[in-house]
Design a binder for this molecule. Structure first.
Ligand SMILES: *[C@@H]1O[C@H](CO)[C@@H](O)[C@H](O)[C@H]1NC(C)=O
Ligand SMILES: *[C@@H]1O[C@H](CO)[C@@H](O)[C@H](O)[C@H]1NC(C)=O
Ligand SMILES: *[C@@H]1O[C@H](CO)[C@@H](O)[C@H](O)[C@H]1NC(C)=O
Ligand SMILES: *[C@@H]1O[C@H](CO)[C@@H](O)[C@H](O)[C@H]1NC(C)=O
Ligand SMILES: *[C@@H]1O[C@H](CO)[C@@H](O)[C@H](O)[C@H]1NC(C)=O
Ligand SMILES: *[C@@H]1O[C@H](CO)[C@@H](O)[C@H](O)[C@H]1NC(C)=O
Ligand SMILES: *[C@@H]1O[C@H](CO)[C@@H](O)[C@H](O)[C@H]1NC(C)=O
Length: 335
């Protein structure tokens, strides 16, 4: 066992035994237009507009206030047919032509919205929304690229994103979970908009679902949903280009979001497809950690999502927001 692994196991024990834990108090349920589901991730534009959320039918919606709710903003599939796609439920075969955005992040300098799509890979939506441009897609006709997590470095505009798997598609996801498959075909990538170049930072990941770059851009974190862990890839300094275990978790880590102070919120859910262990009753939870992986706070989202998985917890302008792959709403709450 490496030194960092020992440290992480000790941190896990601390997390389980004595972390400051509370139950989230719901402020608002931000309901998607029925019958849509799956605001898996959220983003805010540079003027504080939003949240923008992903949805099951391939569209991205912007929340414009309690009266009007969510309004269509953009879509990811280049030839999206509204007759077939609008109102589509998740895990449909047709999603491959309608698109399924999963990860969202704005470049606040350009107000471009970068999107990780489960079928179309990495795409970019311009400042006025609408049609997207494909940046990194499948290499063969009629194949797909299961992109999932995404973060944009606010200083450099560099986009970090994950390919969850090359063996499975999103529509097979429940099969992957139930089978306990050790699929490790996922990877973490870096896209540089100034050169259009894409490089692979880490391979052989077990359903990498979330990613977040550190405040100073010195490292990037990537969660491995089915391995219950988070890895750190160093980008700068003497350890640049090497990776290490950052944290082990007592649940499935999904999206990771940096707050304005440079800490991270990790969404952690229970082990779907396996009997619930008694210790996991506070899941799903948001876990706030510092840059060393020390747990600072745990907020249970059981009242917001019941036992269903949550996919994201994000802190924005003093409020917490929650996302989910399957729920029909996003949430705002306080801890
Ligand atoms: C942040 O929240 C405050 C109220 O707490 C509000 O006045 C302000 O407009 C918000 N800023 C943004 C960018 O949403
Ligand atoms: C969209 O799909 C419908 C139903 O299959 C079809 O009738 C229509 O021609 C399609 N529209 C376009 C522009 O392909
Ligand atoms: C959307 O953009 C793609 C190229 O990125 C283009 O092929 C397609 O025709 C565009 N669709 C619309 C409705 O403008
Ligand atoms: C891609 O799929 C379309 C429709 O399903 C089909 O018409 C086309 O021949 C396919 N192209 C290739 C290269 O397989
Ligand atoms: C990157 O791609 C865009 C659009 O495809 C193109 O306009 C731009 O010139 C490219 N930049 C570089 C440095 O190749
Ligand atoms: C690592 O992933 C690559 C594809 O990115 C695959 O070819 C290789 O077999 C994997 N290695 C292991 C040990 O699973
Ligand atoms: C990390 O990799 C990059 C690109 O391959 C290289 O330019 C850089 O020198 C490497 N840094 C270290 C510390 O090895």
């Amino acid at each position: 066992m490496s030194k960092s692994m020992v440290v992480s196991v000790i941190l896990l024990a601390i997390f389980l035994l004595c972390s400051p834990s509370s139950v989230a108090v719901l402020l608002n349920k931000l309901q998607l237009p029925p019958p849509l589901t799956g605001p898996e991730s959220l983003a805010f534009d540079r003027n504080g507009g939003g949240p923008y959320v992903t949805s099951s039918d391939g569209r991205i919606f912007k929340y414009v206030g309690s009266n009007e709710g969510f309004k269509e903003y953009a879509y990811t599939a280049p030839n999206r047919n509204r007759t077939i796609c609008d109102g589509l439920a998740d895990f449909s075969v047709v999603q491959a032509i309608c698109g399924r955005p999963l990860g969202l992040g704005f470049n606040h300098q350009t107000n471009d919205l970068y999107v990780a799509d489960a079928y179309f890979g990495l795409v970019k939506v311009g400042p006025n929304g609408g049609n997207a441009t494909q940046l990194v897609g499948p290499t063969q006709a009629n194949s797909t690229m299961f992109a999932d997590g995404l973060d944009v470095d606010p200083d450099t505009g560099i986009v970090y994103f994950t390919i969850a798997s090359t063996n499975y598609k999103l529509k097979d996801f429940q099969t992957v979970l139930a089978s306990g498959s050790g699929d490790n075909s996922g990877s973490l990538l870096r896209y540089d908009p100034s050169t259009n170049q894409t490089t692979v930072l880490l391979r052989n990941l077990t359903i990498p679902s979330g990613v977040a770059v550190s405040k100073e851009g010195s490292f990037v974190l990537v969660s491995e949903y089915l391995a219950n862990r988070i890895q750190r890839v160093w980008l700068k300094g003497p350890r640049a280009n090497s990776s290490e275990l950052f944290m082990l978790l007592a649940g499935r880590p999904d999206n990771i979001k940096r707050n304005s102070g440079g800490q991270f919120w990790i969404s952690v859910s229970s082990f779907l497809g396996t009997p619930r262990s008694p210790g996991c009753s506070t899941l799903p939870s948001g876990v706030r950690v510092n840059e060393n992986g020390l747990v600072l706070q745990i907020v249970s989202l059981v009242e917001e999502y019941g036992p269903e998985a949550a996919s994201e917890v994000q802190e924005y302008n003093g409020t917490l927001y929650g996302g989910s792959l399957l729920a029909s709403y996003a949430t705002s709450f306080t801890s």
